[in-house]
Write a protein of this length. Sequence first.
Length: 446
Amino acid sequence: MRNYCHRILIQCRTAQYLVWSLAFFSLALSSAYATPFRPTPPPDIKATSAILVDAETGQVLYERNADQPLPPASTTKLMTAILLEENTKPDDILTASKKAANEGGSSLHLEEGEKISARDLLYALMLRSANDGCVVAAEHISGSEAKFADLMTKKAREIGAEEAFYHNCNGLNQNPNSISARDLSIIARYALRIPAINKAVGTKYYVVHRSMDQQDTHLVNHDRFLWNYPGADGVKTGFTDPAGHCFVGSAIHNGWRLVSVVMHSPHWMHETIALMNYGFHNFEPVVIADSGKIYADAKVADGVSPTVGAILPQSIHCVVRKGTKPNYSLKVSLDDITAPVYKGERIGTLETFFEGNKLDFEPLIADKTVRVSSIAKMKHLALLWLLLPVALGGLLVRYGTTITKNTRGRRYRIATYMRISHQGRPRHGERNYRSGNGGEGGSREG
C-alpha cells in the first residue's frame, strides 16, 4: 500500500513538472515568434494644414504647415460653444432676433422671437452646425455679433491661441475668420475639458425643445468620422468654398486620447483616420509623474509639523515612440508656507520638460493638514499683548488731539460771536441811527 501511494505521488509530481515545462516552452515559443513592433511612416496628408496632438498635454506627434492661418469654416463654432457654456446656465432661455432668423447656411430655422434653452442651443451648434443659433448666442452674451467676435478673439488669447482672429460667430464667408491648425487644436483641447461640450460632440442623436417650430426637433450628427472610426468621440466638421473641408477630430484608444486637425482637406475623413492610425500605432503615453507621490517636503512656519508633503493631484504623462524611453526632467517650485495648511491646498508647482521643451505645469498640493503649533499661538498672543498698549496709546493720543481741536474750535466760535456782537452795539454817548427808532424823528440829515 505504501509503495502504491509512493508511485502515485511520483506520477503526480512528474505530471506537474510536465505541465510547468509545457507552459514555459509555450511562453518561450510565443516570445520567439511574437510579431516585433514595426513603425509606420507618417501619412501622406494632402490637406493644406494639419496637426496631430496628445489631448492632455498638447504634445505634437505630426504637423504640416500647422502655423499657416486659414479660414476655419464651421469649426469656428467650438469657440462659440466655449463662450456659450462659460456665460450661460443650461436652463437659461435665449431669444432669436430678426437677424438670427435670417442667417443663411445650415441652421435650426429659428423664427424671430423663438425661444430656446442654452442646453438645446449647444447641441444645435455641435450637431446641426446651426448658424442662426450662433447669432442667438452672440447677441445674448455680448449684445451684437461684432462685440461677440471681439470676445472670441480675446478668449483665444487667454487659452494660448495667439494667431486666431474672429470676425463672426459661425464661420461664414462674410469677413471670414482666420486661424491656424495649431491654434485650432489648442481651442479643441480646451473645449473638450468642458463636460457639456465633451458630451455634446460625441452625441449622435438629440431632440431639442422649441417654442414655435414643433416639427424640426430631431438632430443627427453629420460627423462621419464619429460614425465610422472605432473610439471616435467627436469633434466638429466645417465647410465653405474658401475654407474647403475642415475637421477637428478626437479618438480614444486604451484610455489615451488624440486630437487631430485638417484644414482645406480633399478627403477630410480619410486623412483624419490616417492621422489617428499613425498616432496610435507609433506612439504611446508614459507616466512621468505619479499622482499621490511626494515630490518635495515643504517647510511650514509655525506648524505642529515642520514640513508637509507636496504631491500631485493627478498623474502627468508624456508621449514617446514605442520601444523608446522618455527623456524628461522635473522641476519643483515651493511657496512660502505658514500654518495652518490644509490638505489639498496648493503649496507649489511641478514643471515637466520633455526633450528640453516645457511639457506641462501642474500644481502641487499638501498631503495633510498642518495646524498652528502651541508655541506659535503663545508667540502670537504675547505679540498681541505687546502691541495692545501701543494701540491703546495711539487711540488715547488721537482722542486727546480730537478733544483739543474741538475745544479750540469752540473757543474760536465764541470769540467770533462776541466780536460780532460787540461791533453791533452803539458806543458810549452815541445814538443808534440804524434802527430807525433812535434820535428825533428817527432820522438824521447830513
